[in-house]
Design a protein around this ligand. Structure first.
Ligand SMILES: *Cc1c(COP(=O)(O)O)cnc(C)c1O
Length: 356
């Protein structure tokens, strides 16, 4: 069997959820959109079921899968609904849609619903991606009230730069949100992972932790007690010696600067490891530091084992996990942990822990 797998530590997931909720206070939606950031949504949700106050997904298909698997906790739809049929389903399944543009309000006004809706009115407090401008919030709220179709109207906003602890923009977004919702009744939700960790002023009724649940710290300074959830690993399946000056792999990008022992590892970009990883990207071979040498291929990659004489065929290679933080790999390829984790596919997924 191809020795490539994503090991998912469900106890770490639960630890991180508890930590997020403790840091924030109040309640917390576990954000499990995009297949739980690539970790496999159903096992993750099952591990959190006794614990999480609610879940958040991007859109209704993701929520249906949760309801189908028996989840009765609140489920927030971060993108809201796209048409009236979805709105009716949302009411029937007691899903909590975000309402972030006028067409969604019109849909609610016109729809014949099987039950009243719990909605979250989204305020554009400065990210300028979606949501109602501060000056339009009161009227949007009023239209929802007058529609008679809602049982609760919460208020939410999203931060553009919560992962920058020294940036004044987040403080300003908090101020704008509070002013726009001043005197309106209903629950509040602002904080994503970055804000939970760095912006105590953003704490309200509900937090929305995503990436921190999976143990990847969104902040530049780490050490927040998070535990990595995914270990992406494979094994060395062949070893070869390169003479000084010999090229390795596609494009001959790596030229042996010395006699070099190269390990061939059974994982590649079709499994979600980034093709753009440069020579020198860290990996752990049998727990010891080594680096990528040569371009990552679709099904394989190569690592420099010259300094690890004990490593050879069968050695375990961690691409990211407890020894190689996914953030380190992400930095090297100009992206964020989110994208790397979401992209993992084709490998076997194995789950540990998570029992109640
Ligand atoms: C994805 C998402 C989150 C979670 O963000 P993290 O940075 O992963 O914690 C929270 N709120 C909204 C609206 C989102 O889209």
């Amino acid at each position: 069997m191809r020795p490539s797998r994503a090991l998912i530590d469900l106890d770490a997931l639960r630890h991180n959820y508890r930590l997020a909720r403790e840091r924030h206070g109040g309640r917390a939606f576990a954000v499990v959109k995009a297949n739980a950031y690539g970790h496999g949504v159903l096992p993750c949700v099952r591990a959190l079921a006794g614990e999480a106050d609610g879940f958040a997904v991007a859109f209704i298909d993701e929520a249906r899968a949760l309801r189908d698997s028996g989840i009765v906790a609140p489920i927030l739809l971060l993108e809201g609904v796209f048409d009236t049929a979805e709105l009716i389903d949302a009411a029937r399944l007691d899903l909590w849609p975000a309402v972030h543009h006028r067409a969604q309000i019109e849909m609610i006004e016109k729809a014949v619903l099987p039950a009243p809706l719990y909605v979250w009115l989204k305020v554009n407090s400065g990210m300028n991606r979606c949501g109602f401008l501060p000056g339009a919030v009161h009227q949007a709220w009023k239209r929802l009230v007058v529609s008679g179709k809602t049982k609760h109207i919460g208020f939410m906003t999203h931060f553009a730069r919560a992962d920058e602890p020294d940036c004044p923009v987040t403080g300003e977004q908090i101020r704008v949100f509070d002013e726009a919702t001043h005197n309106l009744p209903g629950e509040r939700s602002m904080a994503n992972s970055g804000a939970i960790l760095a912006w105590p002023g953003a704490r309200r009724d509900w937090a929305r932790p995503g990436i921190m649940l999976y143990g990847a710290d969104p902040l530049p300074r780490e050490g927040n007690g998070l535990q990595p959830v995914m270990t992406l690993e494979s094994r060395v399946v062949a070893v070869r010696e390169l003479a000084l000056g010999e090229p390795l792999g596609y494009g001959g990008r790596f030229i042996a600067p010395r006699p070099t022992r190269v390990g061939l590892v059974a994982i590649g970009y079709a499994d979600g490891y980034p093709r753009s990883a440069p020579d020198g990207t860290p990996v752990a071979v049998d727990g010891l530091y080594a680096t990528i040498a040569g371009r990552v291929s679709m099904d394989m990659l190569t690592v420099d084992l010259t300094d690890l004489p004990d490593a050879g065929v069968g050695s375990e290679v961690e691409l990211w996990g407890a020894r190689v933080p996914v953030n380190r790999v992400a930095q090297g390829v100009n992206t964020i942990s989110y994208e790397l984790l979401c992209n993992v596919k084709r490998v076997a997924f194995e789950y540990r822990g998570g029992g109640n």
